[in-house]
Design a protein around this ligand. Sequence first.
Ligand SMILES: [Zn+2]
Length: 404
Amino acid sequence: MTERLLIRAPRLFDAISDKVQASRYLVVEDGLIAATGAQSELAECADDTFDRTLSLEPDTTVLPGLINMHTHLSFSALPTMFADAVSESDEFKLIRIVANMGAAVCAGVTTVRDCGTWPRLMMPARAAAEQGLVRGPRIIASGAITTTGGHCWYCSTEADSEDEVRKAVRTHIKDGVDFIKLFATGGNVTPGSDALVTQFTQAEMCAATQEARKGGRRTAAHAHGIDGVRNAIAARVTTIEHCSFQTETGIGWDDAMVDEIVDAGIYVCPTVFRGTAKLTADPNYTFNEREQLFLTRRQQRIKLTARLAERDVMLVSGNDAGVPHCRVEDFPGDLVATVQECGLSPLAVIQSATSVAAQALGRTDIGQLARGKAADILTVRGNPLEDIRDLERTEKVIVRGLVV
Ligand SMILES: [Zn+2]
């Protein structure tokens, strides 16, 4: 029997109701929330009946731990990310993964969906966190599939036909992955790859999602170019990553495609993150061509995200941690940027990183604070539902019922 912990929450956002409630309590036991209610319902000497009471300052909000829906825990987050990814040993990458797991929980992230790291590295990392061997978030691990020499070939299985794609999906499921990541188009962090160009045919994408469904796995498709977005929609993936609708001349917004995303219940993870944009405050920093392109496309992505939200597309948040200038601990700040720059409400953005993210994962046990749910909890000073910047004022983080 583990310790019984009482949390007296001055303010609670449970992500079930869309309101912040005052003076609530939570009881944590065996990694789960055993009870919750109004503090007025607690007996007078309630605290004595628990092994421990978490004392929080009066100006504190308790909310579900954050879910980062798009990470690459093995990537270096340095400008040399690609060179690092192809030259570092597996052993070194595993050390980085463990370091990033610690950094993620310290920032209030209690679940990460990793969108591209070899299963041979992620399976032991996931197990080590589950067993309490290392401090870390829950890991939702991918098996990534790309075309030969395609985007992220250095962390993906390469497949070039419907049969090969099916085999790759089956092999990843055999490896024990939680979901399948498909690179529908090229990307920006692989030399020689063009983000506008499709990689898989629509038939190959459909073969992959069909095979994944047979294995009970959800799917995520990386898609920048508009044709890749179209293929991802046709294949009925669970989530579209980036979903940039990119054409040679900018964003190729298409009402019919957006309607289809909504009707099909596909989630979009627009990966709004600051990345290189953090350096615009430094007058001495000169941006190279690649970074200039990132800044231009980021502005397009911000406008696009606002439009997707207006059209009621189900948005989930992920910051693509691991790519240059983007770390796992930057995630709360990137959520702040999503509110400030895309004009989304703090409520919508917090839901995109808690309850809605959990829905997209098909996980009813996380992302909300209620009796029987996982005790994955974040406490921050202030009230992030009113001022989103308070999301960066992390006080306590609890994962699987254990205070970090
Ligand atoms: Zn990514």
